[in-house]
Design a protein around this ligand. Structure first.
Ligand SMILES: O=C(O)[C@@H](O)[C@@H](O)[C@H](O)[C@H](O)CO
Ligand SMILES: [Mg+2]
Length: 402
């Protein structure tokens, strides 16, 4: 089966998405997500200008060979732009291969390891009580796992808190908005949030929290220790993870489970964290970590050290990524949880899909392929809109981690 054509579709139904579509001489097509929040056009150009010309005429079934052609052949290896582009090609080719076999993608990976994929939703509020009310709403919707993020007294904004309670989109302006951060105010506040949540809801639901890279390792150790009475499912991105060794310091101070990796794009970003058992969940995902082919390698390494998967699934990862991730999740033996930030109706209309949510679990559906398509005519109605993620400064003006 030969690749006869490929094109990049950039669309903005409420937010920007980049999708690669590959066509073959047998009439089968496949799509892959290539969305990198705030850097969408970089990936679109990488695909259009440097990848697609190399794909034409290749055998669409040779997924592994094409993956290495694009990884080793690029010379300039790794990085979010390169690996998102490779991920899109990989995902589209797996979509084609599964369609050619007449099977849902998960059957080509090894079949179901579970009946459903446990997902977590995002409860957030301006203060503790509003956040608790949002947790109650997610409990009502049937979620078994719920992330809780609340405003911090004395701070005008913080990560994960939005006015729209169902759809969270942090890229909120053409140029980065500037947020102000205070670790002291945050560390004082978060234990009170989870004390209130466990007092109101007990321990029947998994509670998660995203620190979003903002603490030093010792501060993260302090937070993890202060949250131990509340038995979190995980504390995410406790400190920036370029220095994987930093997590050893956190580990020495707390048994609160640690999750990291949504910004990782290859196994090399996580190798030491996993092999030294410095984390409990790896957050790498289909769209940013080289696609299904590479994510399987990360998961298999993680399994050796009893690290489980917890794929990133924010609104800025398209339904194409969500669909592919759910096929990965229903198969992967060392599954942990899948993030599920719902997309808007306009987004779902552009990306018709077979996956569904019920009672806290999701299933990918059983149509051949990954079960997500793109309505190109509808996509064309939503032109690209420049949007950037915010930046963060400390109260003294120091540029910090957003
Ligand atoms: O865990 C998460 O979902 C967050 O870290 C994301 O919302 C992240 O901020 C965005 O994906 C960035 O584009
Ligand atoms: Mg996160």
């Amino acid at each position: 089966m030969k690749i006869t054509g490929a094109r990049v579709i950039v669309t903005c139904p409420d937010r920007n998405f980049v999708t690669l579509k590959i066509e073959t001489d047998e009439g089968l097509t496949g799509i892959g997500d290539a969305t990198l929040n705030g850097r969408e056009l970089a990936v679109a150009s990488y695909l259009t200008d440097h990848v697609i010309p190399c794909l034409i005429g290749r055998d669409a079934h040779r997924i592994e060979d094409i993956w290495h052609y694009l990884y080793r052949g690029a010379y300039w290896r790794r990085g979010p732009v390169t690996m998102s582009a490779i991920a899109a090609v990989d995902t589209a080719l797996w979509d084609i291969k599964a369609k050619a076999a007449g099977l849902p993608l998960y059957q080509l990976l090894g079949g179901r390891s579970r009946d459903g994929v446990m997902v977590y939703g995002h409860a957030n509020g301006r203060d503790i009580e509003e956040t608790a009310d949002e947790v109650a709403r997610y409990v009502e919707m049937g979620y078994r796992a719920i992330r809780a993020q609340s405003g911090v007294p004395g701070l005008a904004s913080t990560y994960g808190v939005s006015s729209d309670k169902m759809y969270y989109e942090p890229a909120d302006a053409a140029l980065p908005t500037e947020n102000v951060w205070s670790t002291e105010k945050y560390l004082d506040h978060v234990p009170k949030l989870f004390d209130r949540l466990r007092d109101r809801f007990g321990f029947d639901h998994h509670l998660l929290h995203d620190v979003h890279h903002r603490l030093t390792p010792i501060e993260a150790g302090r937070l993890g220790k202060s949250l131990e009475p509340y038995r979190l499912f995980w504390m995410e991105d406790a400190t920036p993870a370029e220095n994987q060794e930093a997590f050893r310091l956190i580990r020495q101070h707390t048994v609160t489970p640690l999750a990291v990796g949504e910004v990782f794009n290859t196994i090399w970003d996580a190798k030491d964290l996993i092999q030294n058992q410095l984390i409990d969940y790896i957050r790498a995902t289909v769209v940013h970590a080289g696609g299904i082919s590479h994510l399987r390698r990360i998961a298999d390494l993680a399994a050796l050290y009893q690290v489980r998967t917890g794929c990133h699934g924010a609104t800025d990862l398209s339904p194409v990524c969500m669909g592919a991730a759910l096929h990965f999740d229903i198969w992967v033996p060392n599954f942990g949880v899948q993030e599920y930030m719902r997309h808007t109706e306009a987004t779902d209309a552009v990306f018709p899909h077979a996956y569904s949510f019920a009672a806290g679990y999701m299933t990918p559906g059983d149509v051949p392929g990954h079960g997500v398509e793109i309505d190109e005519a509808l996509a064309a109605k939503y032109p690209y809109k420049p949007c950037s993620l915010p930046v963060n400064r400390l109260e003294d003006g120091t540029l910090w981690h957003w």
